[in-house]
Ligand binder design. Structure first.
Ligand SMILES: [Mg+2]
Length: 216
């Protein structure tokens, strides 16, 4: 639900960081590969997509799109057994939180919100979370809400960054992906999008955009 989060931000004058979760705050690809092994499949990192790249460990037959959907569904159902914070995420977010409001915005189906909330809280990542399959750009625009505060958005998926670029052009856009193998396969993110290799670089860019002088 976006409305309660908008309401808590309505009177804030602090800068705003909107952060994706999978492959940014929580590792996704490494734990997803651990999960696939438990299903006798593996992820062949030859291109920047899941469909066609999930193969049987028995005969390397590619999983059908329906099987890929099922794997993702079951993984998210049991995500608290598999996923863990991305390196540096906890430290960077707590540092940024001294100067800014932080909202998690995840494209995960909202039916998995409760298990994800518990997982984040278990790792002391208590920031408010919005889970939606709607485009992220309008959500970020509404979270900024015309308040004139500096804003930043960080995500691994270009589609989401482009959506925010279109709907909230004043927002700093940072592309970051925790998994180094898949990061190397990604094309250039497009104009106006900064690339960060890790949370230390990302936090430096974000705090600089917010006008905070911090040496990390
Ligand atoms: Mg992501």
């Amino acid at each position: 639900m976006i409305e309660p989060v908008i309401e808590t931000l309505r009177h804030s004058r602090k800068p705003l960081l909107v952060s994706d979760i999978d492959e940014v705050v929580l590792d996704f690809l490494d734990p997803f590969q651990d999960y696939l092994q438990s299903e006798n499949h593996w992820l062949n990192a030859t291109s920047f997509r899941l469909n066609g790249n999930i193969l049987s460990t028995v005969d390397d037959a590619p999983a059908s799109p329906e099987m890929v959907d099922n794997f993702q569904e079951r993984f998210f159902e049991g995500q608290d057994r598999w996923q863990r914070p991305s390196p540096g995420a906890h430290h960077a977010l707590n540092l940024i939180a001294r100067h800014a409001d932080i909202v998690f915005l995840t494209a995960m189906p909202p039916r998995h919100s409760a298990v994800r909330r518990q997982l984040l809280d278990r790792h002391a990542l208590h920031f408010p979370m919005i889970a939606t399959e709607e485009a992220k750009g309008p959500v970020v625009r509404d979270l900024i809400g015309g308040r004139g505060v500096p804003a930043a958005f960080i995500d691994d998926i270009f589609y989401n960054l482009h959506s925010v670029r279109e709907n909230a052009p004043e927002c700093l856009l940072v592309n970051m992906m925790s998994n180094a193998t898949f990061r190397a396969l990604a094309p250039e993110p497009g104009h106006g999008i900064a690339k960060a290799e890790n949370w230390q670089q990302a936090a430096t860019m974000i705090l600089d955009h917010f006008g905070v002088d911090v040496h990390l």
